[in-house]
Write a protein that binds this ligand. Sequence first.
Ligand SMILES: Cc1cc2nc3c(=O)[nH]c(=O)nc-3n(C[C@H](O)[C@H](O)[C@H](O)COP(=O)(O)OP(=O)(O)OC[C@H]3O[C@@H](n4cnc5c(N)ncnc54)[C@H](O)[C@@H]3O)c2cc1C
Length: 397
Amino acid sequence: MSTRKTRIGIIGAGPAGLMLSHLLHLSGIDNVVLEARPREYVENRIRAGILEYEVAQLLRETGLGARMDAEGARHDGTNFLVDGVLHHIDFQALVGKHVMLWSQHEVVRDLIAARLAAGGEIVFEAGDVAVHDYEAGSPLITYTKDGVECRLHCEIIAGCDGFHGICRQAFPSGMIVEYDRVYPFGWLGILAEAAPSADELIYANHKDGFALLSMRSPSISRLYLQCAPDEALAAWPDERVWEELARRLGHEGFSLNTGRIFQKSVTAMRSYVAEPMQLGRLFLAGDAAHIVPPTGAKGLNSAIADVVSLHRAIDAYMRHQDDRGLNEYTQRCLKRIWQIERFSWWMTSMMHKFDHHAPFDARMQTAELNYILTSPAGQMTLAENYVGLPLHEYHRS
Ligand SMILES: Cc1cc2nc3c(=O)[nH]c(=O)nc-3n(C[C@H](O)[C@H](O)[C@H](O)COP(=O)(O)OP(=O)(O)OC[C@H]3O[C@@H](n4cnc5c(N)ncnc54)[C@H](O)[C@@H]3O)c2cc1C
């Protein structure tokens, strides 16, 4: 048995847990990260790819922007493809901001490297992680490492362990109210060794279903097709995937680059929020508390927004015994989270084919798209949300 202490025990080495650890370190606050998976797995888990303007700024301000600026790409806008006609939404002209294309696993790699270089502790392959006594004010995390039982005493536990983690589930039954919307479709996603066929993303609303052209690097394309939530991958040999993508993304002057597909998966689409995000000295952040469908590229960004709030609250508490930020953590996060939920739901509703739509609903969707594509005010709404609402809370002290 090994027993020791830290100030903040963080569960999960995804973007939320690692960024919280990094921000706390910059404020001189000792912390330990416990991660169930091996380092190699975490560093190669390809997920999100678009960073909001202020999230990219945060990476730069905290010493994590060099590779992103050298190897990532700045996107000044995005494209909507409707009825075979391409419409460009120019974020820079509309709201004076851009987003960065920089893969989540690259952010994670830089965060891990920075933490380890600074002497930070990340325990990979931590087994049987469990949280105790956080309501009583003397939090304890137990786990196993290489067969040894370990006890980590801390002042605060940050549950950054994703949607399927243990922290949210540790709340006593009835403590959490869940708000949930499961969409009647999924995304069949591929990663392919193919140069991106466009400079910026293309969101396609097609009569046969949504498609998205995205990218992860100058040589890797990330492409998606709307499908059934339980779609069988066996029904989608590579040729069928490419044919369908070419059909749904086709427009004048466009040609789809193809290449070896090295990952193929189906992702279900869901909006979910758990309230509250805290109990005693246990705080949830990121996917542990809320998820969005990927249509608005918000999952990673809202995980970062949460830990920016949590870091600020912890910093005020540790430095000045001011616990207002901690007490108001849920309330402060939820304001922004519900805006993100609304945007992701709106993008999803506007871009997908809904089989159950009555003719009236279908006309409403068309009207919504027409408004966004023809009205500067409509485009500005889209741009403002896409580049990201202000993080507000971030203070590096
Ligand atoms: C397949 C997939 C594709 C996605 N694509 C996009 C996209 O294109 N755009 C977008 O914006 N978002 C996307 N997302 C969402 C985005 O990746 C998440 O919102 C983001 O990872 C949230 O970060 P997080 O740190 O909160 O959680 P996570 O990244 O899930 O990190 C949680 C960490 O906790 C660890 N963990 C879990 N349980 C335990 C435990 N018991 N003990 C210790 N550690 C534990 C996990 O191994 C993981 O490392 C995608 C998600 C998935 C699953």
